[in-house]
Design a protein around this ligand. Structure first.
Ligand SMILES: Cc1cn([C@H]2C[C@H](O)[C@@H](COP(=O)(O)OP(=O)(O)O[C@H]3O[C@H](C)C(=O)[C@H](O)[C@H]3O)O2)c(=O)[nH]c1=O
Length: 177
């Protein structure tokens, strides 16, 4: 059911769900410890979150938790669609400072595994978009860090300007790494 595809970023993995589809709709497996272990990904969800977004072109992120509160996360869209961006902030990674974008949607049911040390953000592509997160560690308030979506250090190419973005996400300091 789950198939794993490497990306341009080290250890960031696209997960095709291989949903069973018929005239009623689809049935998809959203996580499987055996499949992750067989793919060499040490990841056990400890918290599951849902982000609902009313408007198209809502932007959330980019967020990460600095060590020792770094989080791995397995992200997928359950309604609507997003332009999902992962940015590698691991100085020892061959893809350090590189970003890559992925279209995740309720239609493709594609999942994205994001290891610790990467920043994550998305721009919704449809109204009423729901994003499901399976988190590798419990939330630690007060340790959120962020990268500004328009930081010139990374020149992330978004498909549209955000119509809705939190003040916190607008005001992250520019990257000084
Ligand atoms: C992340 C998180 C937040 N919260 C609380 C804290 C706030 O009171 C409220 C909203 O938090 P925030 O505005 O940080 O939500 P997002 O902007 O959607 O943050 C997420 O968006 C980007 C794209 C991500 O990849 C992260 O998983 C996550 O940081 O939920 C929790 O209780 N648990 C959590 O794990």
């Amino acid at each position: 059911m789950l198939s794993f595809q490497a990306t341009d970023l080290q250890d960031v993995v696209l997960v095709e769900t291989g949903a069973h589809r018929d005239e009623r709709g689809a049935f998809a497996r959203l996580y499987c410890p055996e499949a992750f272990a067989a793919a060499g990904i040490a990841f056990t969800p400890s918290q599951i979150n849902l982000s609902t977004n009313t408007l198209r072109h809502t932007l959330r992120g980019l967020h990460f938790q600095a060590a020792p509160w770094a989080e791995a996360k397995f992200v997928r869209v359950v309604t609507g669609a997003i332009y999902d961006v992962v940015l590698d902030l691991r100085p020892d990674s061959p893809s350090y400072r590189r970003w890559q974008a992925f279209e995740l949607s309720a239609d493709n049911l594609r999942g994205l595994f994001i290891p610790e040390g990467c920043a994550h953000g998305f721009l919704t592509l449809e109204d009423d978009t729901g994003v499901l997160y399976q988190m590798g560690r419990p939330y630690e308030p007060g340790h959120a860090a962020g990268i500004r979506y328009d930081d010139p250090a990374f020149a992330i190419d978004w498909p549209a300007a955000p119509v809705l973005i939190s003040r916190a996400d607008r005001e992250w300091p520019l990257f000084a790494g």
